[in-house]
Design a protein around this ligand. Structure first.
Ligand code: ZN
Length: 221
């Protein structure tokens, strides 16, 4: 009797299993059909999507922004993996694009370099380049440098002169020439004359120390 039951269970699938198989094969059939349809009607589908996007631009943009915000990390991970995997192809494509669009790119950069973000970004890049020449480590963002300028109320911390954001220069508290690094903790925004006067001396004006690391105050002054 027991053997018969085992035999029965082993040979005949349960009703659930039968339904599951049916469902699965229906799903597979559907997916196969959909793939075939997509392959045969590529242009039609692309046009339909483009029409829909044109009609619903705002809601589409809103939805994709929301989706991006929710899945930021997985996006970043996937994009980093993609870049590593296709590095050669991407570099080649970028080079081709640059060669083809020389004028457009130089126009864009000349406009960008006149904006505030562009100006600060250039100062940051300059500082990074000088650091690399001295084999000094570290980097800081434009946002961090702007935060320093805000923190000193747009006044040069050395002479107190009120300045426009773009007039501030990047100064390394411990100069790169004397082994200082290029991290934000070693940066202070100074006016041009004060920066020139300071030269290769290591002078810390209070703003940087108080703002970023109060513990350094006793160490460096
Ligand atoms: Zn000054």
């Amino acid at each position: 009797m027991f053997a018969q039951v085992v035999y029965f269970v082993r040979v005949y699938p349960t009703m659930g299993e039968v339904l599951y198989d049916k469902l699965l094969s229906r799903k597979l059939r559907k997916a196969k059909y959909a793939a075939k349809y997509r392959a045969c009607n590529k242009e039609k589908i692309a046009k339909r999507n483009a029409d829909y996007y044109a009609k619903n631009k705002e809601s589409c943009a809103k939805r994709s922004a929301e989706y991006y915000a929710k899945n930021k990390e997985s996006y970043a991970k996937r994009s980093a993996e993609y870049h590593i995997k296709h590095r050669t192809k991407l570099l080649q494509r970028h080079a081709e694009y640059r060669a083809k669009n020389k004028k457009k790119i130089s126009k864009y950069f000349s406009q960008y370099s006149k904006t505030l973000v562009g100006i600060i970004s250039n100062k940051r890049k300059c500082s990074k380049r000088r650091a690399l020449q001295r084999e000094a480590s570290g980097s800081f963002s434009a946002k961090e440098f702007l935060a320093l300028i805000d923190a000193c109320n747009h006044r040069c911390p050395a002479c107190g002169k009120q300045l426009e954001t773009k007039e501030f220069t990047v100064d390394h508290i411990i100069p790169l020439a004397r082994g200082g690094d290029n991290n934000i903790q070693n940066i202070q925004p100074l006016c041009m004359p004060c920066n020139a006067r300071k030269g290769t001396k290591a002078i810390t004006y209070p703003i940087q120390l108080q703002l970023l690391n109060p513990n350094l105050l006793s160490e460096r002054i």
